[in-house]
Design a binder for this molecule. Structure first.
Ligand SMILES: NC(=O)N[C@@H](O)C(=O)O
Ligand code: NI
Length: 166
């Protein structure tokens, strides 16, 4: 009998142990370009850990997950952060876990409302990209050479999530 996980709204506070929420936070806004542009400043900081490696921009084109969805594994990137910012303006799902002696704990699942992205701190357990509803593009900033920056663990007992109400 699989455990069904609750899907919670993504908030800065709830996500703080795992990373940053990237959104046009009015508290970060400064007017630039003669007042024609609002700069939402320093929302997150992409970092590389250990040996120097490029930070790069990529676009991930994610196919939507089907539900009920089984979360049977988590991954982490020990040597850098990884951020996902929707280009499609659609919500998506984020699942993260605390580390328990080198393995992911029970996942916490968040619904990232439209216009919000996330930046995972280095070495934070997370599930690979979960797009919702239709093929969705995401701007991703992370460390180059991804194959040398990936640890994956499979759960002995997978978890399930139902389709979120949008
Ligand atoms: N493999 C890859 O680049 N994607 C994952 O890191 C992910 O978090 O989606
Ligand atoms: Ni990842």
């Amino acid at each position: 009998m699989s455990t069904y996980l609750e899907i919670k709204p993504l908030t800065k506070q709830a996500f703080a142990p795992f990373g940053d929420v990237i959104e046009a936070d009015p508290g970060t806004m400064r007017l630039i370009n003669g007042g024609t542009t609002e700069r939402y400043h320093a929302l997150a900081e992409p970092v590389v850990v250990g040996a120097p490696e490029r930070l790069i921009f990529s676009i991930f084109r994610g196919r939507p997950r089907r539900f009920p969805y089984t979360i049977d594994m988590m991954e982490r990137h020990p040597y850098g952060s990884q951020s996902f910012m929707p280009l499609s303006g659609r919500p998506f799902l984020v699942a993260v876990s605390a580390d328990e002696d080198g393995r992911p704990g029970v996942p916490q699942v968040f619904l990232a409302q439209a216009g919000r992205g996330v930046n995972y701190f280095p070495n934070v357990w997370h599930h690979p990209l979960m797009a919702l509803g239709e093929v969705s593009d995401f701007l991703v900033v992370d460390r180059d050479n991804p194959a040398a920056n990936l640890e994956e663990k499979t759960f002995d007992a997978p978890y399930m999530i139902m389709e979120p109400r949008l």
